[in-house]
Write a protein that binds this ligand. Sequence first.
Ligand code: SF4
Length: 463
Amino acid sequence: MEQRVRFNTELIKTYDIAGPRYTSYPTAVQFMEGFDAEAYRRFTATSNSELIPKPLSLYIHLPFCKSLCYYCGCMKKVTRHTHQADQYLELLEREIEMQGQLFDHDREVVQLHFGGGTPTFHDDEQLSRLVNCLGEHFSLSGDDSREFSIEVDPRTVGNERLAHLASMGFNRISLGIQDIEPKVQQAVNRVQDPEATLDMIEASRELGFNSVSVDLIYGLPLQTAESFSKTIDTVVSAKPNRLAVYNYAHLPHIFRAQRMIDAKDIPSPETKLQLMELTIDKLTSAGYVYIGMDHFALPDDELTIAQREGGLQRNFQGYSTRRECDLVGLGVSAIGKVGDCYAQNIKDIPTWQSVVAEGQLPIWRGVKLNTEDRLRRRVIESIMCHGEVRFHEFESDFALDFHDHFALELGNLAQLEKDGLIEMGDDEFRATPEGRLLLRAIAMIFDEYMQTPESKPKFSRVI
Ligand code: SF4
């Protein structure tokens, strides 16, 4: 259901607590190293033997970048030595072959995402070879409805490369812009020409890409309400189908790159609130629908349609359609979701490489969901994707009485109801327009692993 969203400074300040982004449940903090390649194999075998095996979604992690953006918190390797990347690609092909053997070949890949790092760090020939390898070991859909996307760094791609990406089968791109203000770009070491970037949006439409998604970040050094307004206005003038506007979390003790940012240049919490408010105002006034946590989409975009029709999901790329798929993660640190498990690959490139070179699946850790996890995953996903929970749906699917089972949680929701984050009914609760900006605070109530106080400080805050 599409819902309105309303900015409420006081509520946001009150609920500015550290919490997970719920790209999975249980979250990665609960993944255990005892979950190994053998355990993963068993889940893949079970997934093949389902009455109607699910289609597949593939995520390919390409971690190399040519230069370092100082705000970066991604798993990446900055290098100008392309031979390092060549070796990585060779081994990635080995992993694709091993993973391909685990899934029945008639399970169609309807969703594919190349993420990074900078996937377009690699040249056209390398990317083509990678797609061909995927095509050899998996059954890639050729249907127009497929969602094959790639993150494009506008500093590494011109119109010719875009055309090549289209010819390889990609039909959506995601562009990192972050901010168009030169001073901000310099402060984060990511200088790119905004005009050339916006021209790419136009060019991608002419080339037949179905969807263009743009990433922006608020809270970067030297940003002001005025400068960020200009960024939003400029980007909106090119009408990307989707926008993700992330909050910059300055955590230099965790992310080394962020130590390059002068903390005194970071906007104050008050300014960040202003930036968040103007983002919501401007995008909703321009006709974008607020999907949830940082994401906006045009009313005719698949994300908006999936939200309306109940097919939206949270995964490691944020919000996504194709909830019905099993997700296969390929490459260093990639996370997959197959049946009732999550599995993550080894996180450092040398170890990942040596394990793959030995012919072993590079699974590092994971988690097998029990019935309680599956139930809570559904509840949390319903909150994060649809801003509501209808009790009878869970009662029939999980054979329980929602009020009895979640007596503690419903009691805890009373304060959120009093504060105006939710409206409670007999058979459902729903986020209010103000509460829609605080979905994770609502979801956290149902997170069994957050019910122990020591788990809380591991996550970033809302603002
Ligand atoms: S933000 Fe993207 S392009 Fe920049 S260093 Fe990080 S992964 Fe690379």
